[in-house]
Design a binder for this molecule. Structure first.
Ligand code: FES
Length: 149
């Protein structure tokens, strides 16, 4: 019980201090880009020029790809869940313990799942294919039962 409580408290604290979250926003104008393929929920592929230094979630939003990101990259949801190819996944920087905690709540978790807001675009992932899961679980909304005060 105590072990599960600590990550919850850390997440709660982070929600009040956005500086802990990775930077997100518009890609830098004129910076380097690499091609990234998004496998959409209908199975089609959309290839985009992803700005190096931005997150996969930022890229998805910049190109109107349906990846939610309900907590705006503050590691308090799993709605930015994406799935990488195994060889790409193996070369990514390791997920933090907090990211792993959130991934545990992701719908359709796989062994190559990551949170899109925590994976930054680098030249190393050029031509990678990022698969959007068939569904996401937003535990802020799904099954939320308000408690009386
Ligand atoms: Fe919520 Fe990535 S947007 S954890």
């Amino acid at each position: 019980m105590q072990r599960r409580l600590a990550p919850t408290l850390r997440r709660l604290a982070r929600s009040f201090h956005s500086s802990v979250a990775l930077h997100h926003g518009a890609p830098p104008a004129g910076g380097p880009t690499v091609p990234i393929n998004f496998r959409l929920k209908d199975g089609s592929i959309k290839t985009v020029a992803a700005a190096v230094g931005t997150s996969i979630l930022d890229v998805a939003h910049a190109f109107e790809i349906d990846l939610e990101g309900a907590c705006e990259s503050s590691l308090a949801c799993s709605t930015c869940h994406v799935i990488f190819e195994e060889d790409v996944f193996d070369d990514l920087p390791e997920a933090s313990e907090d990211e792993e905690d959130m991934l545990d709540m992701a719908f359709g978790l796989t062994s190559t799942s990551r949170l899109g807001c925590q994976v930054m675009v680098t030249e190393d992932i050029a031509n990678a294919t990022v698969t959007l899961p068939a569904a996401t679980r937003n535990f802020y909304v799904d099954g939320h039962v308000p408690k009386p005060h």
